[in-house]
Design a protein around this ligand. Sequence first.
Ligand code: UT7
Length: 331
Amino acid sequence: MTMHQDKVGFLGLGSYTPQQVMTNEDWEQLVDTSDEWIRQRTGIERRRIVAEDENTVDLALAAAERALTAADLSVDKIDEIIVATDTPEVYLPDTASFLQHRLGTRSIPAYDLGGSGCAGFLQALDLARSRVICGKDRVLVVGVEVLTRLMDWTDRNTCVLFGDAAGAAVVGRSSEAREILAATAGTDGSRSEILTLEVGGTRKPFTVERAEQNLHRRIVMNGREVFKEAVRRMSQAAHEVLELAGRKLDEVALLVPHQANLRILRAVGKRLNLPDERICINVHEYGNTGSASVPLALDQALSAGRIRSGDLVLLTSFGAGFHWAAVLVQF
Ligand code: UT7
């Protein structure tokens, strides 16, 4: 193999957001909240929500097809599929099985990475890169979430934060690849109680009594603690991945952080000493879209011409667990 073929990275990116828009004013009709509160505390103005006949795999498929088109690849060139989601199509089997069938790939391995919240896509990206280094030619990675279908629409502490979306990337080896220079990830399970959905597992199985209280949809969250952890871990992961690649913050053209909350993004920017124009922000339009958040923001930044050839782009994320991850890409 010649040196110029040695780059492992993105061959193509794609994303999909449902048509239907839900504004803060729409939420005012449903829970005791206000547009002013939501904007001030989160920066969110609107979010997309799925149509009645759309499920997780429909969003995943749309984003995956766009990533394949961007990579100029037919589906038979894909060797493995990883889907990061906490809102799967059904409980069993995983969403990746449905996606494999709908895409019409060969009988390749396909699996989900679930439970890592908003860090799921970057964890999956790190895995995909390793799989390519281990010999797979091309891995399709999808981050998809239909949070509005499974959350508690009466809990104002969480419901106004989320939106539905999907983002996808084809990762492979090519002289044309946008190279993944380094990746890092970590977990601190000692803090799992500050962001959790407990009912439905073996600890608290689903029962009618629990369902009547809407507990199967109740995301238990200590917002302030999650906020602090998010800022700390996303900034720390950003430093770590730069160090691994031997690069400096002032070389970073664009930071693409998980879009949880505008105040979190600004606080990360401040810690990293990056001005607003070097931070990718779309949380006002889409809210927190979980594992779809980073690939959606990245794909939109690329389509909008915010990323040029040669740019160093830093992706950083955190999610329930707590998990965090960062990936450094040379476009
Ligand atoms: O991807 C991970 C997902 N989670 C996150 O990213 C969450 C991270 N945390 C946050 O984004 C922020 O902590 C929140 C936006 C969730 C909350 O903002 P905050 O500035 O930390 O507010 P707070 O928790 O201090 O709550 C302030 C008040 C409370 O009322 P009291 O107890 O002070 O009377 C809440 O009950 O705001 C109240 N509140 C609301 N009021 C109007 C909570 N949700 C709402 C709401 N509308 N939707």
